[in-house]
Design a protein around this ligand. Structure first.
Ligand code: ADP
Ligand code: MG
Length: 332
């Protein structure tokens, strides 16, 4: 199925017909350093939703995806603590739960923000599954940080007690659990959402899709089976962007963009960058694995697959980043 919309000619104002995918960081919903309460998460989402409503008012078709690192980590911890009374759900079920939690939060706040800003659009979260390969090497070497930060002593204890793989997060000082993060191969609900865009529902609906990278599933004897892993939402965002033929992919996180020498005392924040330049920085390891690395990798993949504009910014700067005045921006 092909997308019937014409691509914009260079030089013409990207007003009505752009298709924008915004990927919200799990930490932008509930900061990993300060887990806070759900009431706080709702307030944070309200601010995010107001920004998204301002963006949608300018006309682009909008699709939202989101991370779930902190949330899925909380549910895992909850399952561990409650295991003596309630059977602990497998990790893929917890992934589905986070799509429900966060999808609900986004639906609540974004539909209210739309109403307030007089943007006539429905918000529709879609439980999304992502196909991965059973042979993905990630199953043998976990890299994806989930859940809260722990001290070195707590980390040792959790490793001993539950066999968790723990890794130090050098940027933010602390230890986190890491889980397998296989590559996303296919978004199972993608064809259905494409069909809705082809029926021109993209201007009336904002679909919230592939939350937490999608629930990882593998094909076994004619059935889909959930597996214990957490897909990186940035990699999955590139897949969603490709499936829906979006023009602009904006990854919203808790820093204003990507930086060189990030670990040093003088990080150099990247503004407008050429694709081959970004690839060079990426290859020399400027962007940490499991955090900024997958964002940049997603951007490279997106642009190579025919995307036009790739952005990394924080939520406050998103409207300015879309206008070319903030964030890290790569055009193709
Ligand atoms: P999200 O939940 O938004 O995906 P992540 O923690 O996965 O958030 O990624 C954002 C983090 O990436 C930043 O808070 C920062 O600490 C880290 N990071 C690692 N390398 C870089 C870099 N080169 N430039 C900017 N941020 C970086
Ligand atoms: Mg992340």
């Amino acid at each position: 199925m092909t997308n019937p919309r014409p691509r914009l000619e260079p030089g013409r104002a990207p007003a009505q017909s752009t298709r924008l995918l915004v990927a919200l960081g799990g930490n932008a919903i509930q900061p990993a350093h300060d887990p806070g309460t759900w009431a706080e998460a709702m307030r944070q989402m309200r601010q995010t939703a107001n920004v998204l409503a301002r963006v949608a008012r300018r006309g682009p078709e909008l699709i939202v995806t989101h991370g779930n690192g902190p949330q899925v980590g909380d549910l895992m911890r909850e399952a561990e603590l409650g295991a003596s009374e309630v059977p602990a759900p497998p990790m893929h079920v917890l992934g589905a739960e986070t799509q429900g939690q966060i999808g609900y939060l986004i639906a609540q706040e974004l539909s209210a923000a739309f109403q307030h800003a007089r943007v006539p659009r429905w918000v529709i979260p879609i439980i999304s599954r992502t196909e991965v390969s059973v042979r993905d090497p990630a199953f043998r070497s976990p890299t994806k940080p989930v859940g809260r930060f722990y001290s070195a002593r707590e980390a040792r204890e959790l490793r001993r007690q539950h066999g968790w793989t723990m890794r130090e997060d050098l940027g933010r000082g602390g230890w986190r659990r890491v889980v397998p993060s296989p590559r996303p191969l296919r978004w199972l609900e993608g064809d259905a959402v494409r069909a809705m865009f082809a029926a021109d529902l993209g201007t009336q609906c904002v679909f919230v899709v592939s939350g937490g990278g999608g629930i990882p599933v593998v094909r076994r004897q004619g059935h889909w089976e959930g597996v214990d892993a957490v897909i990186d939402k940035d990699r999955a965002a590139a897949l969603v962007a490709h499936t829906l033929d979006v023009d602009t992919l904006a990854i919203v996180t808790d820093v204003p963009g990507a930086a060189l020498d990030y670990q040093s005392d003088h990080p150099r924040w990247l503004g407008r960058v050429a694709l081959d330049e970004l690839i060079r920085y990426w290859k020399r390891g400027e962007f940490a694995e499991g955090s900024m690395g997958p964002k940049v990798e997603a951007g490279i993949r997106f642009l190579r697959n025919g995307g036009r504009t790739f952005l990394i910014s924080d939520i406050r700067s998103l409207p300015r980043a879309l206008a070319g005045r903030a964030g890290t921006r790569v055009e193709h």
